[in-house]
Ligand binder design. Structure first.
Ligand SMILES: Nc1ncnc2c1ncn2[C@@H]1O[C@H](COP(=O)(O)OP(=O)(O)OP(=O)(O)O)[C@@H](O)[C@H]1O
Ligand SMILES: [Mg+2]
Length: 259
């Protein structure tokens, strides 16, 4: 199957006052439909910078200095800001580690979800509301009608993350980028969120880029794994290849510390 998103030789540096931090320095990876692709690596290796670069959200003093980010063959680096904003949240949706703060505290979750749907022209008016409620139902959120009128602070972290996933679902993106989506949640809720990501992949063919340092999560839901160290991909393969026949010494060390 063709890759939906293909990153080629991406380099992203931070130009700080006293030095250049080469956070990402030649990363290539592919994301396919209906597949969970994981990036794994220790803190500071460049996972989030990779995700932010894909989304065009890298902030000053960070800058992409080289590479291509091809979404269905179209280089996102060549788009105008307006075009990029349409891609972001439209074809590529994202969820983050801290779902409570990712939501707007002064709007009800329903209002925010409808805003996303309308902004990306998936539906309008009563249809938008129906779509949002349908997506909440699909994700197994209890009493969507009631939750629709609630504020983020009235919900648990796990519920907020489900709202984020339901929002992503309502936009029917081809790619979902999830940066440590379960780190802030307790273990049972973690498992439910992972189940829901799997459903997104299975039922809607979404290609998921999962960023994590947790090999347990990788073993559970990833199909393809990229091992990252110091701004580089040092090894990649199917989840079976990585767990059964790791080649790179860093991958071997990661696995040893896991088992
Ligand atoms: N604003 C910034 N200025 C300078 N350096 C930065 C900035 N943001 C990130 N970096 C550096 O870029 C590198 C990669 O950071 P990144 O956030 O991508 O790591 P990560 O793999 O996501 O780590 P974690 O697992 O802790 O989330 C790190 O060395 C970090 O110090
Ligand atoms: Mg990170």
């Amino acid at each position: 199957m063709e890759a939906v998103l293909s990153v080629k030789n991406l380099a992203a540096y931070f130009y700080t006052r006293d030095r250049i931090v080469k956070a990402v320095d030649g990363v290539s990876l592919e994301i396919r439909s209906g597949t969970v692709t994981a990036i794994v690596g220790e803190s500071g290796c460049g996972k989030t910078v990779t995700a932010m670069s894909i989304l065009g959200l890298l902030a000053f003093p960070g800058r992409i200095v080289a590479g291509e980010i091809l979404l269905n063959g179209r280089d996102l680096r060549r788009l105008t800001l307006k075009q990029l904003q349409e891609v972001r949240g439209g074809e590529i949706a994202m969820i983050f580690q801290d779902p409570v703060n990712a939501l707007n505290p002064v709007l009800t979750v329903g209002t925010q979800m409808i805003e996303a749907v309308v902004c990306h022209r998936r539906a309008a008016g009563a249809e938008a509301r129906a779509l949002v409620l349908e997506c909440m139902g699909k994700l197994g959120l209890p009493a969507p009608d009631k939750m629709f009128g609630m504020y983020p602070f009235q919900l648990s972290g796990g519920m907020c993350q489900r709202i984020m996933i339901a929002t992503a679902l309502s936009l029917s993106p081809s790619i979902l980028i999830a940066d440590e989506p379960t780190t802030a949640l307790d273990v049972t809720v973690q498992a439910q969120i992972l189940d829901e990501l799997c459903r997104l992949k299975r039922e809607f063919g979404t290609g998921i880029l999962l960023i994590t340092h947790d090999l347990g999560v990788v073993a559970e839901i990833a199909d393809v794994v990229y091992i990252m160290q110091g701004g580089l991909i040092v090894e990649s393969g199917t989840v079976y290849e990585i767990f059964d026949r790791p080649v790179h010494p860093y991958t071997k060390r990661l696995l040893q510390s896991f088992f």
